[in-house]
Design a protein around this ligand. Structure first.
Ligand code: C6P
Length: 403
């Protein structure tokens, strides 16, 4: 396992001298290391300037630091070309970019779009909106009882009319890691475009975009020790070139007259206005940080925490665990008999424990499970087995109060 005490020295929130923080909500957002905070601060205190337009030294430095992050993303995820890497505000914006700029142009009433019953709202609602607008239909790969996708009747979902498949790589509710490589190949066999929501995958495991061979891939900086307000859309450059812009404004244009405009090259065609410069540069520092610790080490650390967490929580007869996918990230959804998940989260908070409770922006999953909400504990590189012991003790205490 990772040396958690030494990892925690990198994260100032753990070194405030207050009562101990037991942060078990990294699937929602992660804590930030000092190196990321310092990188953001250094843009603001040493070279604040707009990018791609300032002709003076600090402007050139800001532009360089921003563009260097495209190269970092390329190396981190083995992306074939930096021109395929678009900076957005997060996964949600990345998916909306594709649903608007690709979907409104290429979908019509003859087509269908495939998603799954396991999607976060960010990878469901945009497709509901664009299929309604274009007359295309929406199809679902169902969820099985164990928290995996039910692939038994897979062939029946795909047809030559399937224009796009958009699936989550790793579920934010069950942690399920979907067999997306084979699903991408399946979609491609009927000529469909493929989009993958990697919000929960990129922070926790080595993702190789070239190997996956998908057409679009999205993720968020804030779930991988980076700042909020930044995400990435990776897209096949020929598709990006065929698409119309998502938003109009500065930077995304080539020539503008009073009547009409022409567009900048990709990726800048999709980065209208002054971007989140500090956040993009901070994302670069987050990538450096994760590489310095090692994605493989983070992954095995989380696996050990997951196995330990599942064992410990299973010992409490008041706890109902949901799903048991074999290939799984470090996320545990559960409920405690007679305690509403919101009450549980509030009671755990009095012991300094942060978990998420609610529908996790995945109401169709909650409907499928027959609940309105669950509690959810999720782990990252700064968590320890002691955190899980404290969680189990605090759950027991809360269950006794409610009994
Ligand atoms: N899930 C969670 O607690 P944004 O908000 O754009 O950075 O990410 C949206 C998103 C998309 N897909 C998946 C699989 C996600 O998990 C998330 C964010 C958080 O589960 C907040 S709801």
């Amino acid at each position: 396992m990772l040396d958690v005490a030494s990892i925690r020295k990198d994260f100032p929130i753990y070194n405030k001298g207050n009562s101990p923080l037991i942060y078990l909500d990294s699937a929602s957002t992660t804590q930030k290391p000092q190196s990321v905070i310092d990188t953001i601060t250094s843009y603001y205190d040493s070279y604040t300037a707009n990018i791609h337009r300032a002709l003076y030294t600090i402007g050139e430095k800001a532009t360089d630091e921003y563009e260097k992050v495209r190269e970092k993303v390329k190396l981190f995820l083995n992306v074939p070309d930096t021109h395929s890497i678009i900076f957005t505000r997060g996964t949600t914006e990345s998916i909306n970019l594709v649903s608007h700029a690709w979907g409104t142009k290429f979908l019509d009433e003859k087509n269908n779009v495939i998603v799954s019953e396991m999607e976060h709202h960010s990878n469901l609602v945009p497709w509901q909106m664009v299929t309604e607008q274009t007359g295309a239909s929406l199809k679902f790969i169902p969820l099985a009882d164990d928290g995996t996708l039910n692939l038994k009747e897979l062939d029946s979902y795909f047809s030559p009319n399937t224009k796009l498949m958009s699936l989550v790589h790793q579920s934010n509710v069950f942690g399920t890691v979907n067999p997306i490589k084979s699903l991408i190949a399946k979609a491609k066999s009927v000529g469909a475009i493929t989009m993958i929501d990697g919000a929960q995958a990129v922070p926790h495991s080595k993702v190789d975009i070239t190997q996956l061979n998908c057409d679009f891939y999205a993720f968020s900086g804030h779930k991988m020790t980076g700042p909020t307000g930044v995400g990435v859309l990776i897209g096949r450059t020929d598709l990006l070139e065929e698409m119309d812009p998502f938003m109009g404004g500065g930077e995304m244009i080539d020539v503008v007259t009073m009547e009409k405009s022409t567009w900048n090259q990709v990726p800048w065609k999709f980065e209208a206005g002054t971007p989140n410069i500090a956040q993009v540069i901070g994302l670069g520092a987050a990538i450096d940080y994760l590489i310095s610790v090692g994605l493989e080490k983070i992954h095995s650390h989380e696996k050990e925490l997951l196995d330990y967490g599942l064992d410990v929580l299973a010992q409490n007869k008041d706890i109902i665990l949901f799903g048991h996918p074999e290939n799984r990230g470090a996320v545990i959804p559960f409920i405690v008999e007679n305690v509403h998940p919101h009450d549980l989260a509030k009671f755990l908070d009095t012991d300094g424990i942060c978990i998420r409770a609610g529908h996790h922006c995945a109401q169709p999953i909650m409907n499928r499970l027959g609940v309105t909400a669950t509690a959810r504990a999720s782990f990252y590189l700064y968590n320890s087995k002691e955190d899980i012991d404290r969680l189990a003790e605090s759950i027991e205490k809360t269950a006794r109060i409610f009994a």
